[in-house]
Design a protein around this ligand. Sequence first.
Ligand SMILES: Cc1cc2nc3c(=O)[nH]c(=O)nc-3n(C[C@H](O)[C@H](O)[C@H](O)COP(=O)(O)O)c2cc1C
Length: 258
Amino acid sequence: MTACMSGQSAMPLSDKKRYISNDMPQHAQNENTSNPHNVQHAAIDAYLGSVSKLRSNFFCKGVDSFLKRIIVGMSGATGQIYGIKLMQHLRSIPDVEIHLIMSEWAKKTLLLETDWTVEKVEQLADQVHPIYDMAASVSSGSFPREGMVVIPCSVKTLSAIAHSYNDNLIVRTADVTLKERKNLILAFRETPLHRGHIRLMSEVSEAGAIITPPVPAFYNNPRSLDDIIDQTVFRIIDLLGLPSEHSRWEGPLFTVIK
Ligand SMILES: Cc1cc2nc3c(=O)[nH]c(=O)nc-3n(C[C@H](O)[C@H](O)[C@H](O)COP(=O)(O)O)c2cc1C
């Protein structure tokens, strides 16, 4: 994994700020002070050199192309456990790199309905991106990705994705995933639904997203809540084109007597 992809920046933030704020590097200001034109040219050259060094630090060159990058967006609908379980299973698949974005209400709902802390959930991911960091790697189409799952997906986040209202990183990254024609899977959670919700689902579906509400199946004879949650999560891993332990329906084992 390159330093850039693992979230370690090659240049300390204080240096980035220094260059972004257009300060001349000190060593350039000290050069050849006898001629005022030389001082100016040397300073400009040194400054441009610093800028190009900064650019090469911002843009990753050695991206590991074999890694399958999955972006998990958790928004504030009930069912935070689905996002947790998805990441737990993704971690067992070789060469998968998990990028996590949690909304403010995902974090609050998590605390209201599970025993998990935000820190524990974040430890399941390889890289965590703050919800308002619009400069994060995942918000660019040049960031290679296998796909993105928003799980659980609230009405608000569904609505924002349907309208490309990209004011947070989950929505922006979902929008980019769609425009790059990559897998976008939305575990949309609300019930009952009014016509506006159904229209929003129709819009994102037309744009290329897959909507998979976390609705349990019972043909696999679930014995526990874990079995029910896993069935939904394995189905999503299937949709990502990754190997899962999904028990598939292969037809009845008995003959139906008429
Ligand atoms: C315990 C709890 C459960 C919620 N469940 C849902 C839900 O199932 N679906 C939904 O759309 N919103 C639900 N909400 C409301 C969302 O959290 C709220 O609309 C929030 O603004 C969504 O923002 P986000 O999409 O940026 O996370 C729930 C809120 C709480 C506190």
